[in-house]
Write a protein that binds this ligand. Sequence first.
Ligand SMILES: [Zn+2]
Length: 380
Amino acid sequence: MKRIIIFSVIAMLAIPIVRSQDSAYARYIIKTLSSDQMYGRGFCHHGDSIAARFLASEMKHLGLLPLQVDYMQHYTLDCYGLEGPISLAINGIELQPYTQFRLIPYSSVKFNKINAEASWSKQLKDGTWIVGVKQLDTYAPIAGPQKANPIFIEVIDTLITKRIRKVKADIPLQFHKDYKTQNVVGYVRGVIDSMIVFTAHYDHCGTMGDGIIFHGAHDNASGVAAVMDLARMAAAQKPYYTMVFMLFSGEESGLLGSHYAAENPLIEYAKVKMLCNIDMFCGGDEGIMVFNAKSQDTKQFYEQLKDLNNKSHAAVEIRPRENRPNSDHYWFSNLCPSIFLLTMGGPYGGYHDPADKCESCGLVHYNSYMQMIKQLAGLE
Ligand SMILES: [Zn+2]
């Protein structure tokens, strides 16, 4: 019943949209993807799949062709979900989720860091560690397969001044083996076979129990909006290059969807002239950062962007950076020329923060930045 309600809400959102301006379409995509009905596009309540179905239907609506029957490249991963009421009380003091305590993914690096930095710690009977820290760490979804390892809960250390006598924790963490998820892929046939590929991850951090949704408007509903907007423009013309649009899940758990797409190709990467990944595209008051801008096979694209910007003065800066495994372009950089674009500066609502909402997502520079990317892709 719950799910039927969710789908009808999305269907309603999809109909009465004004699409006269580029940023209006982008705003529609960002608003839909960052709505409560998408559950933060993580593994909780299958938020990733709800978002994928919306994006696949949008691709179909725009007239993109599928590379797989349903526009989806299915794969599985091991992951954690966090659904249901969540609570933590220490010495009888009830703590607020997210602002006063956070669950963090387990890793040995993290464990060493906690040993070094925690002001206090206590291991519960079920193996869970409660650790006091000066600052709460960035929230990220927990990817498997570390089921056997302990779970860490970070707490602001000043909240607990006395010795820890009593801990009451209700953390409904569910481990999902072989969780079904998917990348969403569509394309527009061009005059030639040579391809330009645009990519973005549509997943985000999901929920932290019932009360906290990570909406992920900037990260990365905004990048998906830009890619879908380019798809919309490509579908409305006969582009010179064949244009492929890939939207990944599993990014927040360690670039898992893009890794799967690179290892299980749906297209011939040898025919790709440029792959351009967009991750976090709101704001941009301080310009655009280009990762992998200096490689032999990609520096021409950075130079081209810089030239375009010298003419339009759209961005205060186009800053080149080395290649780094910080987003989905990374796995493709050995297969085809791959760059990653990220806006610098605000306004946006925060990073891995429930406040990263559509209304905080500034699109002041959106049209002028898109104009350059469009030209880079040879679109009219
Ligand atoms: Zn992120």
